[in-house]
Design a protein around this ligand. Structure first.
Ligand code: ADP
Length: 457
């Protein structure tokens, strides 16, 4: 290895404030050794190559780790526990960069090129921007005004862009002379050269559930990534994992996170939907899903509300259910790809499941996902306010302490509702078709009162 580089072990970002900023936290001694100063650019090479801004991490001295968030991990082609090589980097000003949004329901209008000024990128990177877009469900018929607002509305999620190409094809920075070309419509990121699986959810997006994440990683991520380990030891990696707990506690979120962190193909099946939509064809459909999973392995098949597909056989009179359970069991027994396909079933009524499903070789591991305590609620609130401009009087700890019984989904709604209050408040001050005045823009902050009122509703 060259003198000016070092290989480090990848760890997750600790602070929510670091997430989405394109940062890498390093041992300050390592930074000294490599001549890297605070906020210098570094190159991070895993299976891919990307760049990030270096900051010191005083708590990591001597540990040999680099802390990067889900996006930087994805862009560098590395996962937690894996290795990357880093060195100091220099970015040249790009002549041209071509970008495209990555999500279906996003259309970019107007000149938003200024948003990318100063951003560092490599072809194939997925980058965040400060544009915030409403989730589709939040488009409440405000029509064109809402479209105008979309660039500025808080509470919404950050849009991600794929870097389709750069000239030169190197680490580049968007400078005053860079031509920024923006696709209006999303691109299929899997078609762009060099882009990996698009990260949707990373472990940093999960509040609380530390033990659960650890278990999921051991049960699912390690077998998916290192099947040979299990083979050598002569133990069968799990085929099925059952997650149980109340709705809205993050079961789906956790399944998605483990899929995207282990670069696995993700197939989501909704129990009731498959039973109702395809009466008569649900066995056939299940079979197709399993085929898709085997063809694209490593894969995770996530079956939400498993109890709808596989209730206790004595509890169901339906022939369809009987046949579907039998089919699911056959498919799981037939999984041959050495742990490269894992089925995660979610239910909030584990006792109502057909016991045949829980025999060895089927859903023989269980993870209970519980309701969050106040510390965990605070983490969830931090995640869902990550992109919001919050007023100083917003005290997340206090909100966490007064939301006993709220699950993750409730806390997310609370944050959105608080932000919607801001939208409603400023809407009358905005003229159709006009740019939002600066003094109005400055009022776009979510206050403690917004949270208080939202909580009462
Ligand atoms: P479940 O599958 O347990 O019913 P979901 O994973 O679908 O719950 O949760 C719905 C939404 O609620 C998630 O997309 C996420 O935005 C939010 N949420 C739930 N649990 C958490 C959590 N532990 N941390 C952060 N957000 C959460």
């Amino acid at each position: 290895m060259a003198e000016n580089e070092i290989t480090l072990k990848v760890a997750e970002a600790i602070s929510q404030k670091d997430v989405g900023q394109g940062l890498a936290r390093l041992d300050p001694n390592v930074m000294d050794d490599l001549g890297i100063h605070e906020r210098d650019l570094i190159e991070i090479v895993g299976e891919r190559r990307t760049a990030a801004i270096a900051l010191p991490s005083q708590t990591d001295i001597g540990l040999g780790v680099i802390r990067i968030d889900g996006l930087v991990r994805k862009n560098s082609g590395a996962t937690i526990g894996g290795e990357v090589t880093i060195r100091k980097a220099k970015a040249t000003e790009a002549k041209k960069v071509v970008l495209a949004p990555t999500e279906d329901n996003i259309r970019v209008r107007g000149d938003v090129r200024g948003l990318f000024a100063g951003k560092v990128m490599v072809q194939g990177d997925i980058i965040g921007s400060q544009i915030r877009a409403p989730r589709p469900s939040m488009n409440m018929g405000f029509g064109s005004i809402f479209d105008e607002l979309m660039d500025f509305t808080p509470a919404m999620k950050e849009i991600k862009f794929a870097v389709v190409s750069t000239n030169p094809k190197d680490i580049v920075i968007v400078g005053p002379n860079t031509e920024v070309q923006l696709h209006e419509s999303p691109v299929d990121v899997s078609k762009i050269e060099g882009v990996g699986n698009l990260v949707d959810v990373s472990y940093e997006d999960i509040g609380g559930l530390k033990e659960e994440v650890k278990k999921v990683r051991e049960m699912i991520e390690i077998p998916l990534k290192r099947p040979e380990l299990f083979e050598k030891l002569g133990i069968a990696p799990p085929k099925g994992v059952l997650m149980h707990g109340p709705p809205g506690t993050g079961k789906t979120l956790l399944a998605k996170a483990v899929a995207s962190e282990s670069d696995a193909h993700f197939i989501a099946i909704n129990g009731p939907e498959i039973m109702s939509k395809y009466v008569g064809g649900s066995e056939e459909n299940l079979r197709e899903y399993f085929e898709e999973a085997e063809e694209n392995s490593p894969s995770i098949i996530f079956i939400d509300e498993l109890d709808a597909i596989a209730p206790k056989r004595e509890e169901t009179n339906g022939e369809v259910e009987r046949r579907t359970v039998a089919q699911l069991l056959t498919l799981m027994d037939g999984l041959k790809s050495r742990g490269q396909v894992v089925v995660i079933g979610a239910t909030n009524r584990p006792d109502s499941l057909d016991p045949a499903l829980r025999r060895p070789g089927r859903f023989d591991r269980e993870i209970e996902i519980g309701v969050p305590d106040s510390e965990e609620r605070k983490e969830v609130l931090e995640i869902h306010t990550r992109n919001m401009p919050l007023a100083d009087d917003v005290d997340l700890e206090k909100i966490a302490n007064t939301t006993h019984g709220f699950v993750g989904a409730d806390l997310e709604s609370l944050c959105k509702e608080a932000a919607m209050r801001v939208v409603r408040r400023i809407l009358p001050e905005i003229q159709n078709d006009e740019e939002i005045p600066k003094e109005v823009m400055e009022k776009i902050v979510v206050t403690g009162d917004d949270f208080k009122t939202a909580q009462k509703e």
